[in-house]
Design a protein around this ligand. Structure first.
Ligand SMILES: [Zn+2]
Length: 290
């Protein structure tokens, strides 16, 4: 069994290396949006392994011994420092030389102290920062595998064009809205709010698993009423019960806004671009944009 798997992997690696380039690059990513970038940019020349399985909340990630092994064997580990302690530890202990920390490529947003402080890891919800991270990954792949540098760069230009299109669609779609308060169960949308001039009101904090205090719940309920909010957004990987309770007490709707922390059957799209566009549709409907 092990021998058969090893043979298949060896064959796949030999094929993916392309003419004269040797073994394919082994790239480990920490969370779905980085996996998407890696597969778009790496194409068939890169073997991508993502550490957060679909359906798992990335903020709670624990690594199996096999996953720690994949980190230590990787040529490049593409991750967001400060988001997942288990990944930070594995990289620090096993892979310091192959680390590519997104926090070193883009400036992460500071979370206001009254919302918990620290940095906000959800940079993928900003298409511009995603484009900068894409270029950083392309440069690193070109170093690791110079024979395919031109392909990585061409793929990156296609990704950046797609991200620019998404950014333009958001800027246009959210320009004229009746409501600019964005009430969300998981406060993952700070980049989006900053970019497109919305105000995020999070029920829970930056970490989706934190429990809101009774005082916070009362505060959100008050803001919903005071500001005439008509929709409270739930997230796909977060228990919707709290948001649904606030919504039913206030007599308002709920809708899904996907923080893109993984793609499952419950996601409103099949990949990063389609979920970003589905989120924009949900926002323009809920915020009464023309
Ligand atoms: Zn999150």
């Amino acid at each position: 069994m092990v021998g058969a798997v090893g043979a298949v992997l060896a064959a796949a690696t030999a094929c993916s290396g392309g003419a004269g380039t040797g073994d394919g690059v082994r790239l480990v990513t920490s969370v779905y949006p980085l996996e998407w970038l890696a597969t778009q940019i790496g194409g068939e020349d890169v073997l991508v392994t993502n550490l957060t399985e679909p359906g798992v909340d990335p903020h709670d990630l624990e690594l199996s011994p096999r996953q720690v092994g994949s980190v230590s064997d990787a040529d490049v580990v593409f991750y967001i420092g400060g988001m997942q302690p288990a990944v930070d530890d594995a990289v620090g202990q096993q892979a310091a030389g192959s680390a590519l920390d997104v926090a070193g490529l883009v400036e992460l947003r500071q979370v206001p102290d009254d919302a918990g402080g620290g940095t906000d890891p959800h940079m993928w919800l900003d298409p511009e920062r995603m484009a900068t991270a894409a270029q950083g990954l392309a440069d690193r792949l070109a170093e690791a595998d110079p024979g395919n540098a031109a392909a990585y760069q061409a793929n990156t230009e296609a990704v950046v064009a797609e991200l620019t299109g998404i950014d333009d669609a958001y800027a246009t779609g959210l320009a004229e809205c009746g409501q600019r308060d964005l009430v969300v169960s998981h406060a993952a949308f700070g980049y989006l709010a900053d970019n497109y001039d919305l105000e995020q009101i999070g029920v829970t904090g930056i970490e989706s698993n934190s429990e809101p205090s009774p005082a916070r719940l009362a505060e959100v309920a008050r803001l919903v009423e005071e500001r005439g909010v008509e929709t409270i957004f739930t997230a796909t990987l977060v228990d919707p019960a709290i948001a649904e309770t606030i919504a039913s007490e206030a007599g308002v709707e709920t809708a899904v806004l996907d923080p893109l922390e993984g793609i499952t059957d419950a996601s409103p799209g099949t990949d990063y671009p389609s979920v970003m566009r589905a989120n924009l549709d949900a926002l323009t409907t809920a915020l009464d944009c023309s």
